[in-house]
Design a protein around this ligand. Structure first.
Ligand code: SF4
Ligand code: MG
Length: 322
């Protein structure tokens, strides 16, 4: 499939100031040199512990944060420094679904207005056509049309996330950043929302960047998976590569935290990591994972391992990749 979106050495740093407006004394390197591509029609899962930079990547692509280096290309065009007016048509093509539907929807707005507002603002509907569009969107996400006069606060978590999805769809997007869209939902509801996202992808030809802290939902929905640690991608491959043949020790840590349904894989030696995630303001030298990696050698402290791919494109950043 064609590449829809490509990141080349993307960095997003935040200045750390001495006092509120004081001089800059360092940077939080939230995203620190990420290169990856997202292919048309696929779901790229992006996983890692909180604070590893995965949400920042999604927000930087959508220009909710400014990148500090590297390049973002969309359909082969460098959009990294696009002005607000040049970004405007892309703003409708690229949408975001947020983790917490409780805070991303105004609880005192009626559903019909939540859905109409972006369409009217972007000229995707007129006052005359918007009502029919609202019905179409509610049908698409499985909310009864008769509920459209209700306020957002009257809905359950799962229903609110469906409304959040409908709002993202209202501008006919091609690419959606799904930032932990099921993490805040009851387990019993998660599968329904994931199924809805899958169905919509198929029906509308959507491409997803699907962000999650664990591998559970990602396993269900992803085509390929990228694993992040402290602002960097440490492994990327197909879903099968990541689950059956993980090459990076950190990926194996994440897999061990996730119950393996296949008993054949249970015997795999478990890896235990020590300590906390270091600060992204002051990442460790060499391989950033060396302070916690049970396989770390002297080389790991000194030299940063490149993200090296095998012939099939399965890549890992480890001097001693499996
Ligand atoms: Fe562990 Fe060294 Fe590989 Fe880093 S490069 S993951 S420290 S073995
Ligand atoms: Mg996040």
């Amino acid at each position: 499939a064609d590449t829809l979106l490509r990141l080349d050495g993307l960095t997003t740093y935040y200045p750390i100031r001495k006092g509120l407006l004081g001089r800059v004394k360092g940077h939080v390197k939230a995203v620190d040199g990420v290169s990856l591509d997202i292919r048309e029609g696929e779901t790229l899962g992006l996983v890692g512990e909180s604070g590893c930079g995965k949400s920042t990547i999604g927000r930087t692509i959508l220009r909710l944060e400014e990148s500090t280096g590297g390049q973002i290309s969309y359909r082969g065009e460098d959009i990294t420094r696009y002005s607000i007016s040049k970004m405007r048509p892309l703003r409708t093509e690229m949408q975001m679904i947020f983790q917490d539907p409780f805070s991303s929807l105004n609880p005192w707005m009626r559903v019909r207005d939540i859905l109409k507002e972006p369409m009217l603002a972007h000229g995707k509907a007129t006052a005359a056509t918007a009502e029919a569009e609202v019905d179409r969107l509610l049908d698409a996400v499985g909310i009864p049309r008769s509920y459209k006069d209700r306020y957002a606060h009257e809905f359950s978590g799962g229903q609110r996330q469906r409304i959040g999805i409908a709002r993202a769809l209202s501008l006919n997007p091609k690419f959606i950043v799904c930032d932990e869209p099921v993490s805040a939902l009851d387990v019993s509801i998660q599968a329904q929302v994931l199924n809805l996202l899958k169905q919509l992808q198929k029906d509308l030809g959507l491409t997803y960047l699907f962000i999650a802290h664990g591998l559970g939902a990602v396993k269900y929905i992803s085509t390929r998976i990228a694993v992040m640690y402290l602002g960097k991608v440490v492994e990327i491959g197909t879903k099968e590569d990541i689950f059956r043949n993980p090459k990076h020790p950190y990926t194996r840590v994440l897999l061990n935290a996730y119950p393996v349904p296949n008993p054949r894989l249970r015997g795999r030696e478990k890896i235990v990591v020590q300590g906390d995630v270091p600060s992204p303001a002051n990442p460790p030298s060499g391989c950033r994972f060396h302070t916690r990696c049970p396989f770390a050698q002297e080389l790991c402290r000194q030299e940063e391992p490149p993200l090296a791919a095998d012939a099939s494109g399965h890549a890992a950043a480890c001097h001693f990749a499996f």
